[in-house]
Design a protein around this ligand. Structure first.
Ligand code: T3D
Length: 262
């Protein structure tokens, strides 16, 4: 694995997205390796709990915008509907369907699809240094990777729209208050508190935990699959706009975007 660190201890597998210089932004290799790592985790019967985290000061900054801009500059149009279905949606579905507890250990910023990844996990423990940024609207896109289902289910429709539309960063404290994070801990305690929780879950009856997840999933899994497809359709439209290209260029050039509705 080039972009992931994978470690096992006492029945707990930890997958760390390891592109710290890019705030663990997700390129083709990350999604491909994450898909493989999740499939392997499901096959490894001795793994009883999975932890997902990020290296350095970010959890995950979502899609790698530099690779998006490079491809656009090379004249290779990206079909976001296709890339979501092929790259992101299988990861979100696997996080929900693997019948072991999945903990997001949120060490720093979670933005765009990076936040969606955390929302697709079963439990979230966050460092007080973490923050949450929807990010999609700022580059003319639609929240994806399940966020349009997972976020309003936790915070309600109006708050979800506020978060998505305004795109303001949510502090770890605010995310905890809203129920988006189960536990909030000091940065230096995150790793040990995560392992304490993971070991406790790994020591529980695995079949019972897995079936509990299956039962709790029952009400959301079919809607999630439909919603992932629907998000992909909408992202296909948003991804073809001039405003999206302007949003990405503005982010990379570190300036305010000028959106024209085109
Ligand atoms: O199918 C498809 O492909 C479509 C799918 C889309 C899914 C998505 O996730 S869309 C959303 C993509 N993500 C974003 O728009 C987030 C962009 N990043 C940010 O808003 C901010 O960087 C953060 C809030 C994450 C962190 O802010 P801050 O101030 O702590 O750090 P920074 O200075 O902005 O970033 C540090 C470096 O990381 C910087 O590089 P540099 O200037 O030092 O060389 C920055 O460019 C880089 N970086 C951060 N996010 C990304 C990134 N590089 C590439 N892609 C990123 N997403």
């Amino acid at each position: 694995m080039e972009t992931l660190l994978i470690g096992d201890a006492a029945g707990v597998r930890t997958i760390t997205i390891n592109r710290p210089d890019a705030m663990n932004a997700v390129d083709e290799r990350v999604t491909s390796e994450l898909q493989d790592a999740l499939k392997q985790t499901e096959r490894d019967r001795f793994i009883r709990c999975l932890v997902l985290t990020g290296a350095g000061r970010a959890f995950c900054a979502g899609q790698d915008l530099k690779s998006v801009q490079e491809r656009t500059a090379e004249g290779q149009p990206i079909d976001f509907a296709e890339t979501l279905r092929r790259r992101y949606n299988p990861i979100i579905l696997k996080l929900r369907t693997v019948e072991i507890p999945v903990i997001a250990s949120i060490n720093g910023v979670a933005a765009g699809a990076g936040w969606s990844l955390a929302l697709a996990c079963d439990l979230r423990i966050a460092s007080r240094a973490a923050k949450f940024v929807s990010a999609f609207t700022k580059i003319g896109l639609v929240p994806d990777s399940g966020m349009t289902l997972t976020l309003p289910r936790v915070v309600g429709l109006s708050k979800a729209l506020e978060i998505a539309w305004l795109g303001d960063a949510l502090s770890a404290e605010e995310a905890h208050r809203l129920g988006l994070v189960n536990w909030l801990v000091e940065p230096e305690e995150l790793a040990s508190r995560t392992m304490e929780l993971a070991r406790r879950l790994a020591g529980s009856a695995p079949r019972g935990l897995g079936l509990t997840k299956r039962a709790m999933n029952a009400g959301i899994l079919n809607p999630l699959e439909d919603q992932l497809n629907y998000e992909a359709d909408l992202q296909g439209i948003a991804g073809r706009t001039q405003d999206h290209r302007e949003g990405v260029a503005a982010f990379i050039e570190k300036r305010a975007a000028e959106f024209k509705g085109e």
